[in-house]
Design a protein around this ligand. Structure first.
Ligand code: SF4
Length: 247
């Protein structure tokens, strides 16, 4: 580790009043090329993609190609790549899981969303993060209860430094930035789809619902596991996937 946990805690506190661009510039200066940005390529991802490509155009951008995205997301990813010449790396489920995915087919998001997220998101990301020093993510404190307690700089259990430059932004700040810079928007209407994940686990929200109310409706699940300790222990146990029907 380049910085001790105590140094990171102190820097993180200092960054509470820094701009996202200042935090990204610090991260690039300290960790390039051993640093990546992860992005889900929805409208709210655009400010961070824009800032990173302005500061370090060659930074790798990890996109979880789950095979379950809306076509609109894939088209939007392609559009941003074409206009900004991004260095996108698509991450896909490891071959060892293909038989499981074939067996459960399109039912898995419904029968066991935790296993589905593990195979399609967490495991490919954990594998791709090996050997890296730092990871930039677009999470914000106003998104979920779990994220409300996050820090701008935080070590994961694997010793990777997670950097969240937009942690103190709100949904309004994101959209004001998009307006101000006239940035591209995901084709799905923001008023109905303010948070977009995989198609089976995303629905349009009602006018009185919160930003992430359309994610995993009825599943008692608010996070895929990338930003929690859900899968960070030593492997997983039968309890993690107890709803899975027998093979
Ligand atoms: S968001 Fe849904 S479809 Fe995507 S990986 Fe998770 S459970 Fe599977």
């Amino acid at each position: 580790m380049k910085f001790t946990p105590k140094e990171i805690a102190s820097l993180s506190k200092d960054f509470e009043t820094a701009s996202p661009q200042e935090i990204i510039q610090w991260a690039v200066d300290e960790f390039c090329p051993n640093i990546v940005l992860s992005s889900s390529f929805q409208t709210q991802s655009v400010p961070l993609l824009y800032m990173v490509k302005e500061i370090q155009p060659k930074m790798r951008i990890y996109f979880l190609d789950t095979g379950m995205h809306f076509w609109d997301t894939l088209i939007f990813r392609e559009h941003l790549d074409q206009i900004w010449d991004l260095n996108i790396v698509d991450l896909r489920p490891d071959k060892k899981w293909h038989a499981v995915l074939r067996h459960f087919g399109t039912d898995l998001p419904d029968t066991d969303p935790n296993l589905c997220c593990y195979i399609r998101k967490v495991q490919p990301m954990q594998k791709a993060m090996k050997g890296l020093d730092a990871w930039i993510t677009g999470i914000r404190r106003d998104q979920t209860e779990n994220r409300a307690h996050a820090q701008i700089l935080e070590y994961t259990r694997d010793g990777l430094l997670r950097i969240a430059p937009l942690l103190n932004w709100t949904g309004d700040t994101v959209f004001n930035f998009i307006e101000e810079k006239n940035l591209p928007r995901h084709p799905l209407p923001h008023s109905r789809y303010p948070s977009i994940g995989c198609k089976p686990c995303t629905r349009a929200i009602q006018p009185n619902e919160g930003e992430r109310a359309g994610r995993w409706t009825g599943k008692k699940k608010t996070e895929c596991g990338l930003h929690t300790d859900m899968f960070n222990k030593n492997g997983f146990t039968e309890d993690d996937f107890k709803n899975l029907p027998p093979l």
